[in-house]
Design a protein around this ligand. Structure first.
Ligand SMILES: [Ca+2]
Length: 470
């Protein structure tokens, strides 16, 4: 045997006996990107005015879900439902402070399941609402940037401190700010930097990883570097056409935008000025572009490290947001604008650059990631794997999406959204029916129209058959 042949054989032996790293493991990694309060306000969702090149790039190489919905339109509850794979009910996953470990004791959460199946699991930024929720499900303590004060303009910092002295923790500074500060001065800039650092470390590890990265914007307050505000022409920003109470909507379906009221400059009740409304919309857009840029840093690193081909990427928003539609700000309602979320999945072996209108619920993500990673499905899961939809996005999937908020349960079919509000002992407090074919803005509640009766009966039955129970 020649020396060259012996050398080649030796090299081949060394290569086959080396442990696989995260870059070439037979099992795919998972990059799980959670974005706080991001509605599908992105160019890849047809919002032409938006500057979202990085998420658009992910959509161009993945599958975009046109009709994805959260389970509960508030932070903690939405995240707990997704991470447990369980539907919310009147007593489970109720508000923004929900803890999965408290509301669903003994349930193996998604991160724990991956960890128990040999994955290194990492949590950066806002994943669960509480940093220490399901702490054992992470291979190392969940990491968040040290948060001091959200604002960078000195007057805003002073105002924030002053209001905290007057009103305690609920006291806040302005609802928006454009500052001449670098990205890494903001929490999400530091989340991106940490994610880049962690990807470099994880790429050298033997085990595959599940890295959850949670960005805090575009959640209020809309604070980000001025350069992202400058991407939008303020004069071109319009208040939505549905900036009024929907015709025939019951009182219980609406709210007073309470979350926004705690910010300086927002009146304690009644409408904000049109100028403030435009600033809020402008600030939201700016924060979407700021977050998009941070996501770009993470996706670039995935490419640079050679991880992209062996990493499943999921990007989702934890619920929608009302940017003035129905005269509402924030989330907390059963309207489409509160429930509808962006969802993009890119996975090895799945053809990208496609989109599907299959109706999707966020409880579908846990089983989807298990199937894509070849992990067993825990018995408790209530969602359905989306892998068949990823493989055949154009098929006629006859799905529905069911969610809830406080007393309201809501179902979305391909054409309608029907919501029912129930009080104690099942007393009906209100109902809404919107026909998205005729009224995509949910401007006229047609639940009382006589020709809606059969449809309402059928949707009520569907909703009752699916909705979560205590
Ligand atoms: Ca949220």
């Amino acid at each position: 045997m020649s020396r060259i042949v012996r050398l080649i054989l030796l090299c081949a032996t060394v290569l086959t006996t080396l442990p696989a790293t995260a870059a070439d493991s037979s099992r795919p990694n998972v990059l799980f990107i959670a974005i706080d309060d991001l509605r599908p306000q992105l160019r890849c969702y047809g919002e032409e005015q938006m500057v979202s090149p990085n998420i658009d790039r992910l959509a161009a190489s993945g599958v975009l879900f046109e009709q994805a919905y959260c389970m509960v339109p508030t932070c903690g509850a939405s995240r707990a439902s997704l991470m447990t794979g369980l539907r919310p009910s009147p007593k489970r996953f109720v508000n923004y402070l929900t803890r999965a470990s408290q509301d669903a004791p003994g349930i193996t959460t998604m991160n724990t399941h991956f960890r128990e199946n040999g994955y290194e699991t990492v949590s950066l930024g806002k994943v669960f609402h509480h940093k220490d929720d399901n702490a054992d499900g992470w291979s190392q303590p969940a990491w968040r940037p040290k948060t001091s004060i959200a604002y960078h303009v000195p007057e805003n910092q002073m105002l924030h401190r002053q209001r905290q002295r007057q009103e305690g923790r609920r006291g806040r500074g302005p609802a928006f700010e454009a500052a001449d500060s670098p990205d890494n001065d903001y929490a999400d800039g530091r989340v991106a930097a940490k994610a880049v650092e962690e990807l470099k470390r994880l790429s050298e590890e033997d085990e595959p990883f599940l890295m959850a990265v949670g960005f805090f914007k575009p959640h209020l307050p809309f604070v980000c570097p001025k350069k992202y505000w400058d991407l939008y022409d303020r004069d071109a920003i319009r208040i939505p056409e549905t900036y009024h109470r929907p015709q025939g909507a019951p009182d219980i379906a609406l709210h007073t935008s309470g979350e926004l009221r705690s910010y300086a400059g927002i009146p304690p009740k009644g409408p904000v000025s049109d100028e403030t409304a435009i600033s809020l919309i402008h600030g939201y857009y700016a924060c979407v572009s700021f977050t998009d840029a941070q996501i770009g840093r993470v996706l670039d690193t995935l490419d640079e490290l050679g991880l992209a081909d062996n990493t499943i990427v999921v990007l989702w928003g934890d619920h929608g947001w009302n940017l003035g539609e129905h005269k509402l700000w924030c989330k907390h309602s059963c309207f489409e604008t509160s429930m509808h979320i962006p969802l993009i999945i890119r996975a090895p072996g799945i053809k990208g650059g496609r989109r599907t209108d299959a109706m999707t619920e966020t409880i579908d993500l846990y089983p989807t990631l298990c199937e894509l990673a070849g992990l067993p499905l825990p018995d408790h899961l209530q969602g359905e794997s989306l892998v068949a939809r990823l493989r055949d996005p154009d098929a006629n999937w006859e799905d529905t999406a069911v969610g809830r908020y406080k007393t309201g349960d809501t179902i979305r079919t391909d054409r309608y959204r029907f919501s029912e509000y129930l009080g104690q002992k099942g007393k009906r407090l209100g109902r809404m029916l919107y026909d998205h074919q005729a009224d995509p803005g949910e401007d006229t509640n047609i639940v009382r129209q006589t020709d809606s009766a059969e449809l309402v009966k059928s949707l009520t039955e569907q909703l009752h058959a699916i909705k979560g129970r205590d």
